[in-house]
Design a protein around this ligand. Structure first.
Ligand code: ATP
Length: 323
């Protein structure tokens, strides 16, 4: 192998830059040329890629986002789209590709590898919903940002004796909400995996007030049965029965933009190095991830066929911790 390419795809995640840097520098250390592809699969199909030197990835390890840019590229879902990408790769003599991204991106990586091209994926999404890696790049940073928001809301909630609602990301997976809620000491956590009714939340908050609590913090994942806006509307409409209104804060994209934590930088760096090692030993069509603190590989066919779930025991734990 003489030449590889790297791209970031899907939602940006803090730590992606550290992964790009590790792929470029460990690739160069192996004597390869490393191309950086702009805007994910979109740039792969349009041939928007340039050779990167060691200095091109200087000063980015501490930056959130991705210097290569990311984009949604629907055309890549078609065979014609992927053939276009293969032509661009072959034209430049590129023999391997590293795809840094979440579920959709790894589905694309799998589709390309099924067409015979050597692809290695790197687990990167703040949702932590990717099978094959206990932790994905960006989760720890996003979690810490959510936690800071909970801590701040708690102070206001205590001062005014009010119930506050914080919505965090997670369309299908409640990992962020669950972990942030436990770490922040939330009174109630609502996640997509467990459908919750507004009455359940009201009951829990009433019980907490009766026990003498001065605040009520509810953490809800965006993909929960009732998201923040739906809950606020429901509580407003049923104020007479439920007893109070909720104030909502939706964190939204604020969760993505932070400087990566030490954990995310180290994870991304190790995964980047593991990806070039996999390519060097001829192990393709795999996702590199972290399991039991070690760098591991899982076939992309297995990654895309499985769904990662949250640890349901932690939901029970949260109930016991709510004092
Ligand atoms: P995140 O989890 O952070 O949102 P993601 O990687 O899941 O990231 P998506 O928007 O789902 O983000 O996917 C990113 C890109 O991957 C898509 O724009 C498309 O180019 C490619 N992709 C997604 N699904 C497929 C598929 N079934 N086949 C080929 N390519 C795909």
């Amino acid at each position: 192998m003489k030449s590889i390419a790297v791209l970031t795809s899907g939602g940006d995640a803090p730590g992606m830059n550290a992964a790009i840097r590790a792929v470029v520098r460990t690739g160069i250390a192996k004597g390869w040329e490393v191309y950086g592809v702009q805007h994910g699969y979109y740039g792969l199909m349009s041939g928007d890629m340039q050779i990167m030197g060691q200095r091109d990835v200087g000063g980015i390890v501490q930056q959130g986002g991705t210097v290569l840019g990311s984009a949604r590229a629907l055309e890549f879902k078609t065979v014609e789209g992927r053939q276009k990408a293969l032509r661009e790769l072959n034209k430049r003599g590129i023999e391997g590709l590293v795809v840094i991204g979440g579920n959709g991106s790894q589905t694309g990586a799998y589709a390309l590898s099924e067409m015979g091209f050597p692809v290695v994926g790197i687990a990167s999404t703040i949702d932590n919903d990717l099978y094959g890696s206990e932790m994905t790049i960006g989760v720890d940073t996003a979690l810490n940002i959510a936690l800071e928001a909970i801590d701040r809301l708690k102070i206001t909630a205590s001062s005014h004796q009010r119930a506050f609602l914080l919505e965090v990301m997670g369309r299908d997976c409640g990992y962020l909400a669950l972990m942030a809620g436990i770490a922040g000491g939330a009174e109630f956590i609502s996640i997509p995996e467990i459908p919750t009714e507004p009455e359940d939340i009201a009951r829990e908050l009433h019980a907490a007030y009766e026990r003498g609590k001065k605040h009520g913090i509810i953490v809800v994942a965006e993909g929960a049965k009732y998201n923040a806006n739906a809950l606020v509307a429901y509580f407003k409409e049923h104020k007479a029965e439920l007893g109070f209104e909720l104030r909502a804060t939706i964190l939204g994209h604020i969760q993505r933009g932070g400087a990566p934590t030490a954990f995310d930088r180290l994870l991304a760096t190790r995964l980047g190095a593991a990806a070039t090692s996999a390519l060097a030993r001829g192990e393709y069509g795999v996702l590199v991830g972290m399991n039991k603190s070690a760098m591991t590989t899982t076939a992309l066919s297995v990654v895309v066929a499985n769904k990662k779930t949250v640890d349901f025991a932690l939901i029970e734990l949260q109930k016991e911790l709510d004092g």
